[in-house]
Design a protein around this ligand. Structure first.
Ligand code: ADP
Length: 284
């Protein structure tokens, strides 16, 4: 869908480039995660790919065409849900959606979407009376209004309780199952694990690493297994190499003779990888 080559960008008022030469590809039908601490340039990258910022260097191709040459039709094909929900607060939820619907050739059934995210009963309330979570859900509905081919999402579950976050995540997965492509930014590594086919970790305007979540966990983890078992009355914990496990008499003996409490391979978590690659904890 997108091929980005050596992308660079500087905000006019800044001295340094915010995006310092990044290259990546977003394949059709995948959920691609753009990750990294605040201020590394994730939103700026999303804004370039959605044509909100045009004065970049390098090249961005959308469906084999230079993005700079893509016409207004481009907006019919994309759905955008950026972090700060932008709505007309004096209008109701439905009035807001009807306003945006008019901009598009194609429209999804609004009632169905509102029901799905639990806002149908509130559709005639003014958005100014909505909680943050309700605005986030309305923003997500807005991104889907035109039945887009590609969704740009920035922290789509931010401020949602687990039940509502579940609904949004399920809808993102369904969007993908129906052939959609997603560019997702999030700080929640559990969401990344569940949703993303591939991820790029950004650090200081560059891409530090691109891979699948699974390969990253294997690469940065240890090829070890940790066994916790009952040893008479005590609890013991031992670690063995995965590569020599089959011939490890001590390990085999434990498995045969002891009561196992837990047994885990030690691939790392995306949280740990985030910290390792970017050098910061991402909890703000
Ligand atoms: P992220 O989405 O990863 O948190 P951003 O892309 O929002 O990062 O921001 C990257 C950098 O660009 C930050 O240092 C930020 O201060 C700067 N920046 C963002 N928007 C603007 C702007 N409109 N003008 C000037 N600098 C900006």
């Amino acid at each position: 869908m997108f091929i980005v080559k050596d992308l660079g960008f500087k905000y006019p008022q800044n001295k340094e480039n915010t995006i310092k030469g990044i290259s990546f590809e977003i394949k059709k039908g995948e959920i691609f995660g753009l990750l990294g601490p605040s201020g590394v340039g994730k939103s700026t990258t999303q804004k370039i790919l959605t044509k909100l910022l045009t004065d970049y260097s390098g090249s961005v191709m959308y469906k084999n065409q230079d993005l700079k040459l893509c016409k207004r039709e481009f907006y019919q094909e994309i759905g955008v849900g950026f972090e700060m929900p932008v709505h007309f607060s004096k209008l109701t939820a439905l009035e807001n959606l009807n306003f945006f619907k008019k901009l598009y050739h194609e429209n999804k059934d609004t009632d169905e979407l509102l029901k799905r995210v639990g806002l149908y009963e509130d559709k005639n309330k003014k958005v100014s009376e909505f909680s943050k979570g309700m605005k986030v859900r309305l923003n997500f509905v807005r991104a889907l209004l035109n039945n887009p081919k590609i969704l740009f999402l920035d922290e789509p579950t931010s401020g949602l309780d687990p039940k509502n976050a579940r609904i949004i995540k399920d809808m993102i997965k369904e969007f993908k199952e129906n052939g959609g492509t997603v560019l997702l930014t999030t700080h929640l590594m559990n969401d990344v694990d569940e949703l993303c086919d591939r991820v790029a970790f950004m650090n200081d305007g560059k891409i530090a690493e691109i891979s699948t979540p699974k390969d990253l966990k294997l690469k940065h983890g240890k090829r070890e297994v940790e066994v916790e078992y009952k040893d008479n009355k005590d609890v013991s914990k031992k670690t063995y190499s995965l590569d020599t496990l089959a011939n490890d008499d001590e390990f085999i003996n434990i498995i045969k003779t002891k009561k196992i409490i837990t047994i885990h391979s030690k691939e790392t978590t995306l949280d740990d990888i985030f910290i390792k690659i970017t050098g910061v904890t991402h909890h703000e």
